[in-house]
Ligand binder design. Structure first.
Ligand SMILES: *[C@@H]1O[C@H](CO)[C@@H](O)[C@H](O)[C@H]1NC(C)=O
Ligand SMILES: *[C@@H]1O[C@H](CO)[C@@H](O)[C@H](O)[C@H]1NC(C)=O
Ligand SMILES: *[C@@H]1O[C@H](CO)[C@@H](O)[C@H](O)[C@H]1NC(C)=O
Ligand SMILES: *[C@@H]1O[C@H](CO)[C@@H](O)[C@H](O)[C@H]1NC(C)=O
Length: 357
């Protein structure tokens, strides 16, 4: 599949559900909307895609591993879950969109936008002045709001939570920005520096948001008022509750379901068949515990599968000019979660479902 096709698919994947329910399609949107939408849509799609890639990376060894079904960024149907995981998806998606738009802008991809030089010439601190090309996050923020927040058509508590979490993602992009400087002065004396603000690697944004996910705040709403369905009243209750929430804090409403087991109606595959890491150089504590987390604690067994891998080795350079290699065979052990043999006399299932993830 060509890359461009992929990007378009990814944006339709992410957004199609809400667009359907709102009775207009992506195509309608692009054709009838202001010209700006046409200009930015490929960038938005690329950003949404990179957000999801980062989500898959961050949750690679978790029970919930950011499946495609999680990408429905909306309150589009009755299954509007507002779990800890949903909050992360919202944050990382809006961060991805803002990040890509900002980067595009600095690279000169858009006629209508360029570096943020609003501070240039001013003294920033001791021995340095603002100068150069600061990444224009205000631009990225504005356009990403236009696209991502607009997907939220509801006005209830869940909608407010989603919008809040979108904003947490955008703040993470800003909060990870770094100052970069260049020395000036006689022969590298660096007596004066010019500095600008630039985006961090997107991985850093992902790491920060993963931390926020771990510390996410469960919103304890007045359930009675919430259930009453009276939107004015529920909004009042929400406003009260949000009062105590910090702007950089992810918020969720519902406890996560059991991600061990497959649940088709929720779109979860369960952990059966998942790979985990048992041995190997340089595993983090978190990775080392992946087999326990994904298999054992979910009542599954860890199965080792050995596969032979053929690769080039002992390569030699011959004059002139070829490289000759041998084919080496090595056995590689991989580990997977499998169901315990039901015929076995003992299968004391030790499920610890209490814990999320
Ligand atoms: C913006 O950047 C993304 C990723 O780097 C790229 O795929 C996309 O084509 C760019 N958009 C424009 C309009 O240049
Ligand atoms: C799937 O999840 C829903 C909602 O949490 C729950 O009511 C249902 O029992 C689950 N189904 C299975 C097969 O676990
Ligand atoms: C192991 O990790 C350390 C620190 O992250 C790194 O410096 C080292 O190169 C790694 N070793 C291998 C074999 O990957
Ligand atoms: C089965 O499990 C029980 C307790 O969990 C243990 O006492 C017993 O020895 C086990 N039997 C076999 C055949 O493994």
């Amino acid at each position: 599949m060509k890359r461009s096709t992929l990007l378009i698919l990814s944006i339709t994947g992410v957004y199609s559900a809400v667009l359907h329910s709102a009775a207009w399609s992506v195509n309608n949107f692009l054709m009838t909307g202001p010209k700006a939408y046409l200009t930015f849509s490929s960038s938005v799609a690329a950003g949404a895609h990179s957000g999801m890639e980062e989500c898959k990376f961050q949750f690679g060894w978790e029970r919930w591993n950011c499946p495609e079904s999680a990408l429905q960024l909306s309150t589009h149907n009755r299954l509007r879950s507002a779990t800890r995981e949903t909050s992360f998806v919202h944050a990382i998606s809006s961060a991805g969109v803002m990040y890509t738009l900002t980067r595009n802008c600095s690279l000169g991809d858009f006629d209508s936008c360029g570096c943020d030089d609003s501070r240039n010439g001013r003294v920033g601190g001791r021995g340095w002045v603002w100068g150069g090309c600061s990444d224009n996050v205000e631009f990225g923020e504005k356009v990403s709001k236009l696209f991502v927040d607009a997907l939220e058509t509801g006005h209830d508590t869940r909608a407010l939570i989603n919008l809040h979490n979108n904003e947490v993602g955008r703040l993470a992009v800003k909060d990870t920005m770094k100052r970069a400087c260049k020395c000036h002065g006689v022969s590298g004396s660096c007596s004066i520096q010019t500095c600008w603000l630039q985006l961090a690697e997107f991985r850093e944004v992902g790491n920060l948001l993963k931390l926020k996910y771990d510390q996410a705040h469960k919103l304890e709403m007045d359930k009675r008022r919430l259930r009453a369905g009276n939107s004015a009243e529920s909004r009042g209750a929400t406003a009260e509750t949000f009062h105590h929430i910090h702007a950089t804090e992810l918020v969720f409403l519902e406890d996560s379901p059991d991600y061990c087991t497959r649940n088709a109606s929720l779109g979860h595959q369960g952990t059966e068949g998942r790979e985990c890491l048992q041995s190997g150089r340089n595993l983090s504590q978190w990775e080392k515990r992946s087999c326990r987390r994904l298999c054992t604690e979910c009542g599954l067994r860890v199965e080792e599968r050995r596969t032979e891998v053929v690769s080039s080795c002992n390569c030699k350079f011959h004059w002139c000019c070829t490289v000759r290699c041998e084919q080496c065979r090595t056995m590689v052990a991989k580990h997977f979660c499998t169901r315990r043999d039901p015929a076995a006399p003992n299968h004391s299932r030790q499920r610890s479902r209490a814990h999320r993830r």
